[in-house]
Design a protein around this ligand. Structure first.
Ligand SMILES: [Zn+2]
Ligand SMILES: [Zn+2]
Length: 326
């Protein structure tokens, strides 16, 4: 058994190649907590009503746990917390929802589930069944856009002033590189820069795990037995897979490459003056930078395939009532 290099007492369960140390579960947790709390301290405001976008996966589960701890340890901030799962209607999601409910109840956080079907009028399961194999986009691409929009709309209905997501260091570096490869500077700035003002109904996002490696998240969730789904979504497709592999190889060659890349992207995005004006989509009214939002552009191409008109405002009937009614 190798002892932890920090406390010298417990068994090491994780090797930090950047610092060249092996850590026990408690020391790894302290290190992750320090990084997450410093983001929360910087980006949350007094009296924030926080909605954690909690899929039940390892990242958002850890984000919920750390945000709840932060809220409990800093009562003078007067934070409120709820946890919300958007059920895309895939088999994979069923297990994660049960785990999400369990963790939320262990932490004493109220948990709500909304289905993509009720909000958008379609499920990813249906897309998986009906998308022809040569279709221009994967179900994964649709899922990301529909889920993001649903999370924001539900947060707005809940009266949330901040949305906490589980995005980790690996996710953010991959997304930044994907935006760069597409030449999408606006998306790059939007993903990375932290904005506090609520514009056109877009609720600010806070990512407490942005300086935490994905393998740290996986290691701590297992070591601490945190209720969470460890599998990756089986539908992940497209550019992200290739970029993930490349970035992982880079990190193997140069330990710390992901952290340095993220810090550089953050500096770049902070220095850029974004001229992106948010407005409301002419069909659904959700915040967007274009006349017709991405979700509606997607729905336009899916309406014919699915044989029904999907182009309409999101169905948020009863969402607010569910929050009020508890
Ligand atoms: Zn230790
Ligand atoms: Zn729209």
């Amino acid at each position: 058994m190798r002892k932890c290099d920090l406390c010298g007492v417990s068994e090491a369960i994780y090797t930090d190649y950047v610092k060249g140390v092996s850590l026990c579960a408690d020391c790894l947790m302290s290190s992750i907590r320090r990084r997450a709390w410093s983001v929360l301290r910087r980006e949350l405001m007094r009296g924030d009503k926080i909605m954690v976008a909690h899929s039940g996966g390892k990242d958002s589960s850890l984000a919920l746990l750390l945000t709840k701890e932060f809220s409990d340890e800093n009562p003078e901030m007067g934070l409120e917390l709820i946890s919300v799962t958007i059920n895309e209607g895939t088999f994979y999601r069923q297990t994660s929802i049960e785990l999400a409910e369990r963790l939320a109840s262990q932490l004493g956080v109220e948990h709500f589930t909304f289905t993509m079907e009720e909000i958008h009028g379609l499920s990813i399961e249906e897309l998986n069944l009906k998308l022809p194999s040569n279709w221009k986009r994967s179900a994964c691409t649709y899922c990301g856009v529909f889920r993001r929009q649903a999370i924001n709309a539900v947060a707005r209905e809940a009266g949330a002033t901040a949305v906490v997501t589980g995005h980790n260091l690996d996710d953010l570096v991959q997304t930044a590189l994907m935006n760069m490869s597409r030449g999408d500077l606006n998306a790059l700035v939007k993903t990375l820069r932290h904005e506090r003002k609520i514009e056109e109904g877009l609720i600010p996002r806070v990512r407490p795990l942005k300086y935490v490696y994905e393998r740290e998240v996986a290691a701590i969730v297992v070591a601490k037995g945190i209720s969470a789904h460890l599998g990756k979504c089986p539908f992940t497709q497209g550019m992200r897979i290739g970029i993930r592999r490349e970035v992982d190889e880079l990190e193997d060659l140069e330990a710390g490459a992901k952290v340095r890349a993220l810090e550089t992207f953050l500096l770049i995005s902070e220095g850029l003056i974004s001229d992106v004006k948010l407005r409301k989509c002419r069909v659904c009214g959700e915040p967007t930078t274009t006349d017709l939002c991405k979700a509606c552009q997607f729905k336009a191409e899916l309406s014919e395939l699915l044989g029904r008109d999907l182009l309409k405002p999101l169905n948020l009937k009863g969402v607010k009532e569910r929050f009020i009614g508890g």
